[in-house]
Design a protein around this ligand. Structure first.
Ligand SMILES: Nc1ncnc2c1ncn2[C@@H]1O[C@H](COP(=O)(O)OP(=O)(O)O)[C@@H](O)[C@H]1O
Ligand SMILES: [Mg+2]
Length: 277
């Protein structure tokens, strides 16, 4: 499916969101429904198809669980999905997510959920050095997009891009990498979550750089940014999720409480918790 396939003219009423304003036809991007409890409501229906999002968060904030649920929910609807694991070996990752009721190992066996170890991908491409050149970065983008093309992947996760970006020697090259990757995946109709490890959430002091990601260079070129973090409430750390930016849709910008339940991620308005945000 091409990126343009994700845009429809809402001339004919098709339920909620398909209305016309003052008789003017409204264009609305079709959505990739995440199926994560509460997230599609926050995004007014889901992620605009073909978007590349940054999911930045602190350690243990729920990034891997959320991203895994995103791909698994796609696989459950028959979509081909791919997950590049860079922070933990794929075997461990699968063992961890098996505990959640949303996960079904059948999806892996049927080829709907394809989990790749980033290390193996690097070795396969001969990228064993500490610092990548532009050619190395291009080879990596080509490898990822070839996999997406071959399998027909519509949901992709790279968990995380942080260690990968540390191998890219300058900000401009990181930007080029993310821009090219995002553009190519969008034309293939693939909706992508790039996970970023961060130590604290918010704006940097003095430098004026936002800290939604590790590098502060990715934000402007990506289609969306979600952050996951912790709020201290009387000595208990509550997890939260906030959508900072999402091109192509209206969305809530409030913080939502994120609970990791046996069924996966649950997002509820913070008010329920009596937390000032
Ligand atoms: N089966 C489970 N049920 C509920 N919470 C869990 C379960 N397994 C792990 N967790 C919680 O999830 C956290 C890890 O979540 P994860 O998605 O891996 O975070 P991140 O990728 O942001 O580091 C653990 O620290 C633990 O608190
Ligand atoms: Mg993780």
């Amino acid at each position: 499916m091409g990126a343009s396939d994700g845009i429809e003219l809402l001339g004919k009423p098709r339920g909620p969101g398909s209305d016309t304003m003052l008789g003017t036809p409204q264009y609305k991007r079709d959505r990739c429904v995440t199926g994560v409890h509460g997230l599609d409501e926050i995004l007014r229906g889901g992620i605009p198809y073909g978007s590349t999002l940054l999911v930045g968060g602190t350690c243990g904030s729920g990034k891997t669980t959320l991203a895994m649920e995103f791909v698994v929910n796609g696989a459950a609807m028959g979509e081909a999905t791919a997950y590049f694991a860079a922070t933990e070996p794929s075997v461990k990752l699968l063992e961890n997510v098996r505990q959640f009721s949303f996960f079904d190992m059948d999806m892996v066996d049927k080829g709907l959920l394809n989990v790749f170890d980033m290390d193996v991908t690097y070795s396969w491409l001969g990228l064993t050095k500490a610092t990548f050149t532009m050619d190395d970065v291009n080879a990596l983008v080509k490898a990822i997009t070839d996999i997406v093309n071959t399998i027909g992947v519509t949901r992709l996760v790279i968990d995380s891009v942080t260690t990968l970006c540390y191998k890219i020697p300058n900000d401009q090259l990181i930007r080029d990498f993310l821009f090219t990757l995002g553009k190519t995946l969008a034309t293939q109709g693939c909706t992508t979550m790039l996970i970023a490890e961060i130590t604290s959430v918010g704006m940097s002091h003095g430098g004026g750089r936002s800290l939604w990601s590790s590098f502060g260079v990715e934000e402007a070129i990506l289609d969306g940014i979600m952050v996951l973090g912790d709020i201290d409430r009387r000595g208990h750390l509550l997890r939260y999720l906030q959508v900072i930016k999402m091109r192509g849709t209206d969305h809530s910008r409030a913080k939502y409480a994120l609970e990791l339940t046996p069924n996966g991620v649950m997002l509820t308005p913070m008010l329920k918790w009596g937390v000032d945000v």
